[in-house]
Design a protein around this ligand. Structure first.
Ligand code: IVH
Length: 673
């Protein structure tokens, strides 16, 4: 190809690839397939190789990483990267607002921009005439390390800001936080442990380690991401407010956090802090607090800076989700299916606002990999409702007295033999009558997603077993008030309540009943598939493994487990007994053409005419789904009284929002179909 033509095509390919990168990495909405994308990239690489003198500064081909460096050079930031004053309570937010008002001799409420505080690595990006030229870590605030090559591999970072032709500042410093999503962090650590490399303690360390790789080809393999939240020195452009800066950055193609908000006064700040405390558990990345900034830049400059932090901004931190503690001993729990789970019993510590004294160690391989021993000092972590887990051992704290773990050869509950089946990570107790298995099975049967029998907690299940009033789930329905009253801790009222709850539980949806049976590999999802396909308990229990594995979503292992369960005479006896005591699973069919098929609803706030569970049943009976988080794929958000952050998210994403009346109307209409 002649040079002029090649140059034109190279320019075009770069534009196209930039555009598709943005669709893929930032908007999460690709327009072309991976294969088509690879073709564009291949063509560009080849053309650039043919014409090596054509400038590659903003070429997307530079994202794959370059030859390793000996060391990073240092770069001076054009304006210093400040840090933030920290606060931990709502009261301190009020004090901050009070200080701002006092310093400005003002009484009116100011606008603030409130943003999630991303727990990652701060970077400074310099763009000249729209091209990314230098990227550095924060360092000491004045000079940092030149990690330009590594930053080029971060797909969400535009190598060229804005579409060509659009006006941009002559030169601008853009500030942001490089981070790793929690799922990517877990995956990375898993791989490292498998390869006998040390695990990273948290996503921030993993992001820092990845960004500070001398070999940028390694960085390129880590799915780093970035949120931009501010600017440093700018020439050839004037901004007036922080909110305007965020909007501009987003328009220029930078990733700006979608949960940032412009709020009014101290009330708005506190409300935001509360909302984010809740949202935190649902985000795919870690935040360690919120940052509050006075919006107006003129006011910011009047407020100024003391030592290293500005007077116009405040970081309000959450309680940390990681903590360091000591493992007292490692015990073994026996679960419903006989699986032995090692558990670390630790000195109690506060993590994310709750006291934790146990963390799961999953299985023997996991303990080996992390090399956790009784007596070790460990970092533990708690995220959302997930059971706390041990992230890593602090080896420097070892004294030599720590005791390595050994999986017992006999079940700690019943003394039967323990086996590890081929291809499984778990050890199991092989005795089906093992009291731990029986107890866990009953606990599962009565639990919320299953038969949902109110007031039958762990303690009462154990008490009923010990009193020999029950041996399997079907015995629950043979209980009577008299039998209960003979037990300790039961009084007239509590006994009556439990009897009522048992009666009320007798007509569960079939999928809940199936789930309650505790068939291996049959979770709530598989149970729903079975009901959709077969419609009745009779058909499901008569299906052969071949018939079952012909269904989408059910593989041979699940199929064999289901068919095997229903073949087992002991299980058939329990089901027969349940049916005889009046348990009648509700068999209802959701057809593929159901009126709300494929529609996803999210409920937020309180409702007058139905409960959340009731609404879920409505929607599901018409073929729709109910989800707990708002995404672009949500079809309707139903907002009741005092809706929370889900409502705000829906507004932001431009989703249809229904009030209670509109929802009922929609359901009524769907039913007529
Ligand atoms: S603004 C002068 N906004 O927190 C203002 N910082 O302790 C400078 N960070 O070094 C920072 N998310 O690494 C700002 N939305 C956000 C942030 C944020 C995370 C980090 C940043 C900074 C540190 C301040």
């Amino acid at each position: 190809m002649e040079r002029a033509k090649a140059l034109k095509r190279i320019k075009e390919l770069r534009e196209l690839i930039h555009y598709h990168n943005r669709r893929y990495y930032q908007l999460d909405d690709p327009e072309i397939s991976d294969a088509q994308y690879d073709l564009l990239m291949k063509e560009l690489v080849e053309l650039e190789e043919q014409f090596p003198d054509i400038d590659r500064t903003d070429s997307p081909t530079r994202r794959v990483g370059a030859a390793p460096l000996d060391k990073f050079s240092t770069v001076s930031h054009l304006s210093p990267m400040l840090s933030l004053a920290n606060a931990f309570t709502e009261e301190e937010i009020s004090e901050f607002d009070g200080r701002v008002k006092r310093l400005l001799h003002a009484e009116e409420e100011f606008h603030y921009v409130a943003e999630p505080k991303i727990d990652g690595v701060a970077v400074n990006l310099i763009y000249e005439n729209g091209s990314f030229v230098v990227g550095a870590t924060r360092g000491d605030g004045f000079t940092g390390e030149d990690v330009t090559q590594n930053l080029r591999t971060v797909h969400a970072l535009p190598l060229r800001m804005a579409a060509s032709g659009e006006r941009v500042p002559d030169r601008i410093e853009i500030r942001g936080e490089v981070y790793l999503e929690t799922a990517a962090f877990r995956k990375l650590n898993k791989k490292r442990l498998e390869q006998r490399e040390a695990a990273f303690a948290n996503p921030r360390n993993a992001a820092a380690g990845s960004l500070r790789q001398l070999d940028s080809r390694i960085t390129a393999r880590r799915p780093l991401n970035i949120f931009c939240y501010g600017i440093g020195k700018v020439t050839g452009w004037t901004f007036h407010g922080q909110w305007e800066i965020l909007r501009c950055l987003s328009r220029w193609g930078f990733n700006v956090n979608p949960d940032a908000k412009r709020v009014r006064g101290v009330g708005g700040c506190i409300e935001y802090y509360r909302q984010l405390t809740e949202l935190r558990e649902k985000l795919p990345y870690e935040i360690d607090g919120v940052v509050i900034k006075v919006d107006d830049l003129a006011l910011q400059s009047r407020l100024g800076t003391i030592t290293r932090s500005p007077r116009w901004a405040l970081a309000v931190k959450f309680a940390p989700t990681q903590a360091t503690t000591v493992v007292r001993e490692i015990i073994v729990n026996v679960g419903r299916t006989g699986v032995l789970t090692p558990v670390a019993v630790m000195e109690p510590v506060q993590v994310g606002g709750v006291t934790v004294s146990r963390a799961t160690l999953h299985n023997e391989d996991e303990i080996r990999k992390k090399d956790v021993r009784a007596g070790d000092t460990v970092i533990i972590q708690r995220a959302g409702d997930v059971i706390p887990e041990v992230v890593k051992v602090i080896e420097s704290k070892r004294t030599g007295k720590e005791k390595p773990f050994r999986m017992p050869e006999r079940c700690p509950e019943c003394g039967s033999r323990v086996v590890r089946l081929e291809g499984e990570a778990a050890h199991r107790c092989i005795d089906l009558a093992c009291p731990a298995q029986v107890r866990e099975n009953i606990k599962h049967f009565v639990s919320r997603g299953a038969m949902d029998i109110d007031g039958l907690g762990d303690r009462i299940v154990t008490q009923l077993l010990e009193a020999r009033l029950i041996e399997d789930p079907s015995d629950l329905y043979t209980l009577s008030k008299e039998k209960l009253l003979a037990l300790d801790r039961f009084a007239e009222k509590s006994a009556q309540n439990l009897m009522d709850a048992l009666v009320q539980s007798k007509h569960p949806p079939l999928e809940k009943f199936l789930f309650a049976l505790g068939i291996r590999h049959v979770g709530e999802h598989v149970a729903k598939i079975l009901v959709k396909e077969f419609g009745s308990l009779e058909h499901i229990s008569a299906a052969t493994a071949e018939e079952l594995s012909a269904i989408e979503g059910i593989g041979p292992t699940i199929a064999e487990s289901i068919a095997g369960f229903f073949r087992e005479p002991h299980n058939r006896k329990i089901i027969a007994k349940l049916l005889k005591s009046g348990v009648r699973p509700q068999e209802r069919m959701v057809k593929a053409g159901a009126p709300l098929a494929g529609k996803t609803f999210v409920f937020t706030g309180g409702f007058e005419n139905f409960s959340r569970d009731g609404a879920k049943d409505f929607v599901e009976s018409l073929g729709g789904n109910v989800s707990s988080s708002v995404t672009k794929k949500t079809d309707y958000v139903v907002a009741g009284a005092d809706p929370g952050s889900k409502h705000d998210r829906a507004v932001k994403l431009g989703l249809p929002i229904l009030d209670e009346a509109a929802f009922l109307k929609l359901v009524a209409k769907a039913r007529e179909k």
